[in-house]
Design a protein around this ligand. Structure first.
Ligand code: GN1
Ligand code: MG
Length: 372
């Protein structure tokens, strides 16, 4: 976690190849890792820029991260090229290089900055409101996987190794318990019991992978619903936050998207009674995703999708709890105890999902039968 001094921000802006003079710089978005700012200038025909300070405590290989981003964006742009310049500009992010042609700028305090063009007139939702939005989200991430299916995975570095590997995450949790750095272990006995009871069942995707059933594809790995930009009519415009795009399994992306879509409350809702499943939104997202993905998914991948739905909120709880035990060193928090509240919210979601397993399974199977 870090604070950005105003002067550092303004100075960073001046190193990018932007159009016009800066009018304002304001904080933007709700990401937990990077710091994001909207930069308005009197140039670029009224458009704005998005400036981000990359959290290099987490993304230690910024060069590799930015190279991944560039490769992915170039690939997506090539896929959209036949639709014309406007479609390319709207449908993907556009990086603004520095004046010396680099993809990022390193300041004197070892802060790393990058810049994009801000996509105007778009909306993102922390909580999904309508089935049309959920359907668009499903199409967006399904199409994203499809468009990247022919990109050579060896061109990308694994920017955060083992990111969605539950064994790795459980290992981190055990280390945090052993260290008990913040003296909070005694408080979290109930949450740990819940987690350890389910640990083995959550290894199903790893087992399928070890058995060679699941192809490694290029996946997004941070498919929270607020990482899709919709236009004013709630149609897909663009998938954002490409930091974690790397080889992975499709069920991880499906499960992480459902984690935020099916939850009728926020990811960090303190009143767990409010955390209920919104089944119509699950159905709508699934229909949108399957429409795009059914042609490339194999049988085992299809079966793994529901496993991802349980795994991702579970893994997110493990990660939030690990950070709580470590003394809140990874995620930005808004108040003391925030990571514990987040943990409880994710575990309640797991419990709700478990209570509705047959229904979720039926909807998933039905969506493969339905033509849409
Ligand atoms: C982080 O920064 P943001 O909000 O895009 C995290 C995701 C978590 C998410 C939980 C690199 O994403 O993995 O799912 O918080 N990103 C990283 O909201 O750890
Ligand atoms: Mg992210």
């Amino acid at each position: 976690m870090f604070d950005c001094k105003d002067s550092t921000i303004i100075d960073s802006v001046s190193h990018f190849d932007i159009d016009g003079d800066v009018i304002s710089v304001e904080r933007f978005g709700s990401g937990h890792i990077n710091d994001t700012f909207c930069v308005k200038t009197d140039g670029l025909q009224g458009k704005s820029y998005l400036l981000q300070r990359i959290n290099n405590h987490i993304f230690s290989d910024v060069e590799g991260l930015m190279s991944n981003t560039k490769i992915v964006l170039d690939h997506l742009k090539a896929k959209l090229a036949h639709l014309g310049d406007e479609a390319v500009e709207k449908g993907t992010l556009t990086l603004i290089p520095t004046k010396s042609g680099s993809l990022y700028f390193k300041d004197s305090e070892n802060g790393y900055w990058r810049m994009f063009i801000l996509l105007e007139g778009t909306k993102s939702y922390d909580i999904v409101e309508t089935e049309a939005q959920a359907y668009s989200g499903g199409r967006a991430f399904g199409e994203f996987q499809k468009q990247l299916a022919d990109l050579d995975a060896r061109d990308l570095i694994e920017v955060l190794p083992n990111f969605h590997n539950i064994d790795f995450r459980m290992g981190n949790l055990r280390e945090a318990m052993d260290a008990d750095a913040a003296g909070r272990l005694q408080e979290v006995a109930a949450q740990l019991d819940f987690i350890f009871l389910r640990e083995d069942g959550m290894r199903s995707i790893l087992k399928r992978a070890a058995a060679g059933e699941l192809p490694l594809r290029i996946t997004h790995n941070d498919t929270k619903f607020n990482n899709v930009l919709l236009d004013q009519e709630d149609q897909v415009q663009c998938v954002i936050d490409l930091d974690t795009v790397m080889p992975g399994y499709v069920a991880y992306d499906f499960g992480d998207a459902i984690r935020t879509i099916i939850n009728s409350a926020a990811e960090d809702e303190a009143d767990t009674a409010k955390i209920l499943l919104n089944i119509p939104l699950f159905k709508a997202y699934t229909a949108g995703y399957i429409r795009e993905a059914k042609d490339f998914l194999n049988e085992a991948e299809i079966e793994s999708l529901l496993e991802g739905v349980f795994l991702l909120p579970f893994m997110q709880a493990v990660r939030f709890l690990t950070d709580y035990l470590n003394g809140d060193t990874y995620y930005k928090i808004q108040y003391p105890g925030h990571n514990l509240v987040r943990t409880q919210a994710q575990l309640k979601l797991v419990a709700e999902l478990e209570a509705h397993t047959p229904l979720l399974k039926r909807i998933l199977l039905d969506s493969f039968e339905t033509k849409n």
